[in-house]
Design a protein around this ligand. Structure first.
Ligand code: SF4
Ligand code: SF4
Length: 212
């Protein structure tokens, strides 16, 4: 899932200015992250109205990154959109760009910051799991990805800075290399760590399009 966080309200107000503004949220990731679901749209709408900024309408896109769905749903809100000069999008950066693509006559504003592709650990608790590197080899690391879960993306073992099993860069994180080591040890497969990996070929993450 794409993990987002809300931007500061005062920063949003600075960009929205006097409006009028139309608000678009997202039924998928941003709803689960509580950054752009129905509740957050309503909250944003009331907060902007309190600031005397006109809100012409709102919509929950299904999801915001779906170009054809966005077009269809925007057609249903044509009048509300026509009265606005800005669209505030409460979705990930992908959703914001999809809305931008069909809204050339409006200023499209992002209401969230997009952080990472992550796991839902429990309600409202998300952790980074993937950097979309274009060449997944997580199976060779016991299903634990050192590219995304080690802040230094160490591929051939730990950096040596870990303390009490925690990462030296972020003490709230388990050092992923200790988890990989422990998992291999338990299976008596530590010899797998003898194989050295070449530097990652990041050109594989540059694919801009995929079609079926
Ligand atoms: S190896 Fe690459 S694709 Fe696989 S989980 Fe890690 S970052 Fe994501
Ligand atoms: S302590 Fe572990 S997780 Fe943290 S940077 Fe070093 S190797 Fe990576």
């Amino acid at each position: 899932m794409i993990i987002t966080k809300k931007k500061e309200f005062k920063d949003i107000v600075d960009v929205v200015g006097k409006g009028p503004v139309f608000i678009a949220g997202c039924s998928e990731c941003a709803t689960i992250c509580h950054t752009g679901g129905e509740e957050e749209i309503l909250e944003m709408k009331n907060a902007l109205i309190d600031k005397k900024i006109e809100v012409t309408g709102s919509i929950l896109l299904e999801p915001a990154c779906h170009l054809l769905n966005d077009k269809r749903l925007f057609r249903q809100h044509k009048k509300e959109l026509e009265r606005a000069n800005k669209i505030l999008v409460l979705a990930c950066g992908n959703g914001v760009q999809t809305v931008s693509e069909i809204s050339k006559d409006w200023d499209v504003i992002s209401g969230t910051d997009t952080l990472f592709l992550g796991e839902i650990k429990r309600a409202n608790d998300f952790e980074k799991r993937c950097q979309m590197c274009g060449e997944c080899f997580v199976d060779t690391f016991e299903g634990l990805c050192p590219v995304s879960r080690c802040p230094k993306s160490m591929l051939n073992g730990p950096c040596g800075g870990s303390k009490n099993g925690k990462c030296e860069v972020d003490s709230e994180l388990d050092c992923i290399w200790i988890l990989i080591y422990n998992s291999l040890k338990e299976k008596d497969e530590l010899h797998r760590l003898n194989e050295l990996r070449d530097c990652k070929d990041w050109s594989k993450s540059l694919k801009m399009r995929r079609t079926l």
